[in-house]
Design a protein around this ligand. Structure first.
Ligand code: NAD
Length: 385
């Protein structure tokens, strides 16, 4: 192999993902899965020593690319030659650190991929959206459930008209890990239940927003208005841990979205059901390689990842032949694979169409969260998004 034939990987810098964290290491695995991206640097913790240690011990990075803070990372990376410095920043910190890092990274001219919810508040999201527009940089949002082949199949099924006009939607996301007071001594629980670090909502910012994004992505319909009833079951908790939302979708469909983190024994129960005038389907994250499609006049069918007869987007998002299960990491990797293609095209002065949630989805998510909280606060008054 000649030197010219070795592919130049897209270089990623990460903020967050230090010792004991959850999603940062997942971002690293997902980003590197398809051989297109390499983690080259990071600021992995708000504690400078932990950050440097995490970079070297968790990710095997050289000491000089493990920074004590994200501001140091941006300053030092900008000063490196173009072919060596990171190409984009992945933000995997708790919610309150998304906006300052994203804003600073865009200001320094770096593309950004950020975890959800995009910011702490809708106001911040709107400011960020304007900054994305004026910076000319790419911005991706890791609503990773959109990366599953069978989610793409569901979206293509609706778009094809095969199930007719959508009438009813049911989106649910239930977990049980916060059924008791887990905040003390549990890093992930502690910031998720703190309004200063999580935002206006707990459960709905954390997982309700994934359900909202999945629903709008698959149906192509926007939530027009909603009526919410939120509850905090665990005493002493400052944010809701459970809630039900009635939905009116643009175009006339009606639906329900519910989310809970006190549903004892539930693992990661994200599920979507959609019913049109002439067919319907259901998809569950726990069994992501199957899409159950229902018809009025014949037995239901099960479409399978990598299987026969799928739409082009579902085929393209699968990595293995049918019967070789793909899961959470592959779906996450699908976003990174497409984001890497966009970064490459941009570095050559071009554009490629990619299917990655963006800043518009981020703003939408924050509108949803704030409408849910406000509706519930007012005792269930309908809110328009
Ligand atoms: N897409 C998904 O499926 C998914 C799943 C889990 C979490 N998330 C999102 O990812 C984010 C992180 O969640 P988590 O569960 O991994 O949290 P976590 O508490 O496990 O990890 C957060 C990490 O960020 C670091 N950090 C905090 N402030 C920092 C700063 N100023 N500079 C550098 N690093 C800093 C912490 O030290 C820690 O390493 C949240 O926004 C959450 O909503 C998304």
């Amino acid at each position: 192999m000649t030197a010219q034939s070795v592919i130049e990987k897209v270089r990623m810098g990460m903020v967050g993902g230090g010792e004991g964290s959850f999603i940062g290491p997942v971002h690293r695995m997902a980003a590197e899965l398809d051989g297109q991206i390499r983690l080259v640097c990071g600021a992995f913790s708000s504690d400078a020593d932990i950050s440097r240690r995490s970079g070297q011990q968790m990710y095997g990075l050289p000491a000089e690319r493990c920074y004590g803070s994200y501001t140091e990372m941006l300053e030092r990376e900008v000063a490196l030659p173009v072919g060596r410095r990171m190409d984009f920043v992945a933000i995997t910190t708790p919610n309150h650190v998304h906006f300052p890092v994203a804003s600073a990274a865009l200001g320094a001219g770096f593309h950004v991929i950020c975890d959800k919810p995009v910011t702490l508040s809708l106001d911040e999201a709107l400011i960020l959206a304007e900054q994305v527009r004026t910076s000319g940089c790419l911005f991706g949002l890791t609503h990773n459930y959109t990366g599953y082949p069978m989610v793409k199949e569901a979206r293509a099924l609706v778009a094809s008209g095969a199930i007719g006009k959508v009438r009813r939607v049911v989106a649910e996301y239930v977990q049980g890990w916060l059924a008791t007071r887990a905040e003390e001594g549990n890093k992930q629980a502690s910031w998720r239940t703190d309004p200063v670090r999580s935002g206006a909502a707990g459960c709905f910012g954390d997982i309700g927003t994934h359900a909202e994004n999945l629903l709008e992505y698959v149906t192509g319909l926007e939530i027009e208005s909603l009526c919410a009833d939120l509850t905090t079951f665990v005493s002493g908790r400052a944010l809701e841990d459970d809630g039900n939302v009635l939905l009116r979708m643009k175009g006339g469909a009606r639906g329900v979205l519910f989310a809970s983190q006190v549903a004892v024994g539930e693992e990661n129960g994200l599920k979507l059901r959609v019913y049109g005038e002439s067919g319907g389907f259901e998809w569950s994250q726990i069994e992501p390689n199957s899409l159950i499609v229902r018809w009025p006049d014949r037995p239901f069918e099960v479409r399978r990842t990598g299987g026969a007869g799928l739409s082009a987007p579902a085929r393209d998002a699968a990595r293995l032949p049918a019967g070789h299960p793909e899961g959470y990491l592959e779906a996450f990797a699908e976003l990174y694979r497409q984001f890497a293609a966009a970064v490459r095209a941009r570095s050559e002065g071009g554009e490629v169409p990619v299917d990655v949630p963006d800043i518009g989805d981020g703003v939408r998510g924050m509108q949803f969260i704030e409408a849910v909280v406000e509706s519930s606060r007012q005792g269930g008054v309908w809110q328009t998004l």
